[in-house]
Design a protein around this ligand. Structure first.
Ligand code: OAD
Length: 251
């Protein structure tokens, strides 16, 4: 198991403000497929046919079928030890902010209280014409692409598709949190999709200690202060059990 450096232990001991930036890798051990890599979703499906608004208008049935399938998978799985360890970090610091690129809602389900969802949330939906919101319960029994009860417009999942802007408030709050972070974790992300991938650099420029957790090195690794190689579902509980305990002993 990866050892925590004495530097990381001392940073964690003093940190009031910790930011955790996550990607698909943190949910891999819950059974949610990642996007890149050998088994990644984008090696089997074309984002231009499934994850953009033009594709949805052109072929709503196909896009609905794909998202209904993903909604069913995500509804059937549970947060893993990595998500739970992050939620428990809140006991040790004044502010723990989770910024996630994931749409699976697993951080909140694990108990994290401050979560910014940069790419939306697959459990939420809205009408593309009038903006009315719909819960999954209201639309999941539709075989065909669901329509709005108020105006008959098409209902889409509240996720960010290619070519769309990130939700402004979530983004601004994420940048502020990154700028204030003393320790910044980048976990289970290939860190290649912008603007989200700029957050570790924003934190680094503002003076945060940057820790990457991933099963393999990424394009960002050389710029991190510390890289912990391994599964987040194993490293994060270890961090809680071993590194935080060492930090507490030194308080
Ligand atoms: P990727 O699929 O690009 O990267 C997942 C990362 O997780 C890789 O670096 C893996 O090595 C790592 N990984 C896999 N299993 C892991 C584990 N058990 N523990 C730790 N790390 C693990 O996913 P993202 O970086 O999240 O955007 O992708 C970013 C965005 O690209 C997504 O939000 C999505 C996609 O297109 C939109 O849909 C807008």
């Amino acid at each position: 198991m990866t050892q925590c450096s004495t530097r990381l232990i001392s940073k964690l001991k003093d940190a009031q403000s910790v930011v955790v930036f996550t990607g698909a890798g943190i949910s891999a051990e819950s059974g949610v497929p990642t996007f890149r890599g050998n088994d990644g979703l984008w090696t089997k499906f074309k984002p231009e046919e499934l994850a953009n608004v033009d594709a949805f208008i052109r072929n709503p049935e196909l896009v609905w079928e794909w998202y209904k399938h993903r909604k069913q998978i995500i509804a059937s799985i549970q947060p893993n030890a990595g998500h739970y360890a992050l939620a428990r970090m809140e006991q040790f610091h004044k502010h723990v902010t989770v910024i996630t690129q994931n749409i699976d809602n697993l951080h909140r389900r694990a108990g994290s209280t401050t979560v910014h969802e940069l790419h939306g949330n697959i459990e939420h939906n809205y009408c593309i014409d009038c903006g009315k919101y719909f819960d999954d319960q209201e639309i999941m029994n539709h075989d065909r692409a669901p329509r709005c009860s108020a105006c008959n417009g098409l209902i889409r999942p509240d996720v960010v598709w290619f070519g769309e802007l990130l939700p402004v408030e979530e983004w601004n709050e994420s940048v502020t949190a990154a700028e204030r972070a003393e320790v910044f974790f980048s976990i289970g992300t290939s860190a290649v999709v912008y603007p989200a991938a700029s957050l570790p650099m924003i934190a680094r420029r503002a003076g945060a200690y940057i820790v990457e957790i991933n099963i393999e090195p990424t394009e960002f690794s050389s710029r991190a202060d510390e890289v912990l190689l391994g599964k987040s579902g194993e490293i994060l509980p270890h961090l809680l059990e071993v590194c935080y305990q060492s930090a507490l002993k030194h308080i």
